[in-house]
Design a protein around this ligand. Structure first.
Ligand SMILES: [Zn+2]
Length: 420
């Protein structure tokens, strides 16, 4: 076993050496910069050793460079989805209400092995990358750390997938997101969540997650009648920060969203019912809204039909207030003829319904998401020194955001994963 790993190490080393020697030149018909909402014609992007080395209109292409001709396409930075669950496929079978959804979460927890969950993750990761998502934040529900295994497998080049920032086990008050579990079988929900009710338990849960490979801490503030308090959230945020990690907080209610924001989390997830004053608190504290803004279809599939109207209204108010927004979907259902990637990118339609401009949507999907993840100097922008995470599509997303649903070229870290 040791020798196999050693050989793989040598292969990885050789690949890295080969990349060092190889320059790739991308001819971009139109190059979109989400930060400014501008587009420049006929640009050249030089890529070497996985990173962008130069961008400009009349760059000399070095002899021997591999040329990628995207002169008929629009090129932009790779997309981010900062709220996904790669290692979870819920089979809601048409949606029979929220209880059906929770039952299917219980089924995934109780029946599927962690090994199978990791393989589901590999499949979803591949599909996300194909649709243009080069970075994702995976916010838990991954059995016994299938997400850490998936992240490592992608980093080691064993399976294709986006850069993954994973949460490990979700930290929550007793019971997690389960309701109606019989006391005789309380352990049936283990290991999906880490229950932590006292400050000591919270600190231990954060440390356990970090030890087992989490790169972000996900907490649930308000899924039971008892909620985490502002002091509880501060305890979790402080311990996560000591380990260099940020905190993402599941909050369905207005009160939960306010508690999380005042407790200093990096992002409030969902915030389905957040009031305008709460969105203002989030803005004042620089807390991101990751709205998981269900499309009409997604709401229906999840058995949560009324949520679509709620999130569109809340998204509209968030942009009016100026709350920072990063694109996150929460897609975890499966649908024939669709992939995790196509279902996720479709969420731009909720933004359009809320009156959000294409420039703002592209920012939520790139530079803003990178800022939430603390990657704003590494990913999310096409400029020298940044990772070569680059996608292309027919049409200009600044004219019609629907273009991002038709990505047909994907490069991640200088490697081409899709070229139709
Ligand atoms: Zn979620």
């Amino acid at each position: 076993m040791k020798s196999i790993r050693a050989s793989l190490g040598v292969l990885a080393f050789l690949t890295a050496s080969a990349l060092t020697a190889q320059v790739t030149a991308i001819r971009a018909g139109l190059l979109v910069d989400p930060a400014t909402g501008s587009a420049a014609k006929d640009q050249v992007i030089l890529v070497e050793n996985g990173k962008i080395t130069a961008v400009g209109p009349a760059l000399a292409i070095p002899p021997g460079a591999a040329v990628v001709d995207l002169s008929k396409k629009t090129v932009m930075p790779g997309l981010f989805d900062v709220h996904t669950h790669l290692c979870l496929n819920l089979r809601t079978q048409g949606g029979n209400g929220l209880q059906a959804l929770l039952n299917s979460l219980l089924a995934a927890t109780a029946i599927e092995t962690t090994a199978y969950r990791a393989l589901e993750g590999a499949s979803n990761a591949r599909d996300m990358l194909r649709s243009g998502f080069t970075t994702v934040r995976d916010v838990g529900n991954a059995g016994n750390y299938a997400d850490t295994a998936l992240r490592r497998a992608i980093e080691d080049g064993l399976v294709p997938g986006p850069t993954v920032v994973n949460a490990g086990r979700i930290i929550a008050p007793f019971g997690g997101q389960y309701h109606g579990i019989p006391p005789e079988r309380a352990d049936i929900t283990i290991p999906e969540y880490l229950y932590a009710d006292t400050p000591d338990e919270m600190r231990k849960a954060v440390r356990e997650n970090i030890t087992f490979g989490a790169k972000v801490i996900k907490i649930v503030v308000d899924d039971q009648p008892y909620k985490y308090s502002v002091d509880d959230v501060r305890t979790l945020v402080k311990e996560a920060a000591a380990g260099g990690l940020k905190v993402a907080a599941h909050c369905a209610t207005d009160e939960g969203s306010r508690i999380a924001a005042e407790g200093g989390v990096a992002s409030v997830e969902h915030a389905y019912r957040a009031s305008t004053p709460t969105l203002q608190v989030m803005k004042d504290k620089g807390v991101f809204l990751v709205g998981t803004d269900f499309t009409k279809q997604a709401s229906h599939e999840m058995g949560m039909d009324e949520y679509h109207g709620w999130v569109v209204d809340r998204l509209k108010r968030a942009y009016q207030v100026g709350t920072p927004v990063a694109f996150g979907t929460d897609v975890c259902f499966v649908k024939d003829g669709e992939t995790r990637g196509t279902l996720s990118v479709e969420f731009v339609t909720s933004f359009v319904e809320a009156g959000v401009t294409p420039k703002q949507i592209l920012q939520a999907m790139t530079v803003s998401a990178a800022r939430l993840l603390g990657m704003e100097k590494e990913r999310g922008t096409i400029a020298p020194g940044f990772a070569a995470d680059i996608v292309a599509m027919p049409g200009n997303p600044l004219d019609n955001i629907d273009a991002v649903r038709h990505v047909d070229f994907v490069m991640k870290g200088g490697e081409i994963y899709r070229k139709d």
